[in-house]
Design a protein around this ligand. Sequence first.
Ligand code: GDP
Ligand code: IMO
Ligand code: MG
Length: 424
Amino acid sequence: MAVDLLLGLQWGDEGKGKIVDVLTKNYNIIARFQGGPNAGHTLVFNGKKHVLHTIPSGIFHDDAINLVGNGVVIDPVIFKGELDKLAEQGIDYKKSLLISRKAHIILPTHRLLDAASEASKGKAKIGSTLKGIGPTYMDKTGRNGLRVGDLELSDWKKRYRTLADKHESMIDFYNVELEYDLGELEDEFFKAVEMLKSLTFIDSEEYVYQAQKSEKTILAEGAQGSLLDIDFGTYPFVTSSNTTAAGACTGLGVAPNQIGEVFGIFKAYTTRVGSGPFPTELFDEDGETMGRVGNEFGATTGRRRRCGWLDLVALKYACQVNGVTQLNMMKGDVLSGFKTLKVCTAYKYKGEVIEHLPYNIEPENIEPIYTEVNGWEADLTKMTDESQFPKELNEYIEFLEKELEIPITIVSVGPDRNQTIFRK
Ligand code: GDP
Ligand code: IMO
Ligand code: MG
């Protein structure tokens, strides 16, 4: 059975957690394949909001297995925090949560290195979530990392010490002011590792292979978004993993010819949190309205998200890189009340009109070219069927489908699990 993917097509926070939760009823296994606690995936049901960082968004469904794949980086302290919250809600995660032995571990010193690196960059900082993501992936590719499977070895603490000591001298190298008490951070870390060790560690690529062979359905849940991809995103203002479809192959051990549906998820407008270019960003009342109505604050850091119009040039690029087969449009409800909506359909790039994403989209090179469409007045949040959609929303959807040449199969009209409309 092929593995389906759900991926963010913008700069993250598209609503992946919500849709994975909605789709989980169709799958046996939900698997994260990259990223780590830099992610914040929000689920809302029964009047309650839940935010997950490392744990897959299928965890609230009794009969789904949730796998943290080899491509993920795990901070035991944050992971323990997530588990404690699940336990408070009576979720029996021990039977449904599996962790790849090949997933890498975020050490307290990785977090400190992240902070030191950002501080040393000054104005040029990435705007990292400071969860230690970059330094941990650097140790992975540098072949120095500590993996989940290492925790089963008798000398893992020695390995830990060697790496942490090296990190301390690297922190000194940055020569920035950083106050920390490593002893305290390590106490918390070692406690959390003990909790992590009470979970089931597996050889996940073998598990995934056998699951596919026995016709189990698998949905791979992306974190971040395509424009934050280490190769295809707005480098260097990106994260340190491949957030695009190929990342699911390397992050789970799925062969490329075993990928089935690719759900590409996007907001009806655009947001970005952290630094980096954003051609359609708004600095006016319209942007302020999107932020306020859409409650655009980061689920991990609480930072205000930058807002702007939908960028079809960037969206097309993301669809291409991922091989998207179905689109999910989120947060259309936030646009109710705008008289006209703008959609960027081309860029003026160094004086020339182009329709593809060039190497450099820094503001000095790019001017977005907009197509204007009519907005809608109606409140969408109570709608339960597409037959209730205002004419202008249907026109907006059809315009995007025509431009992107991919069907929009899900339209989300609010944060709740039930505010999800499947289009026929
Ligand atoms: P993720 O990282 O892709 O899972 O997305 P986040 O959870 O970081 O951010 C999405 C935010 O939008 C969350 O607060 C969701 O509860 C909320 N949300 C998701 N879908 C909708 C929608 O259709 N309408 C509105 N108004 N909010 C939504
Ligand atoms: P989800 O899965 C939005 C951004 C950060 C920063 C850059 C690098 O919730 O969509 P990092 O901590 O990875 O070194 O940060 O990437 N970023 C996200 N933005 N959603 C996320 O995840 C993000 N994860 C990282 O703000 O600009
Ligand atoms: Mg998020």
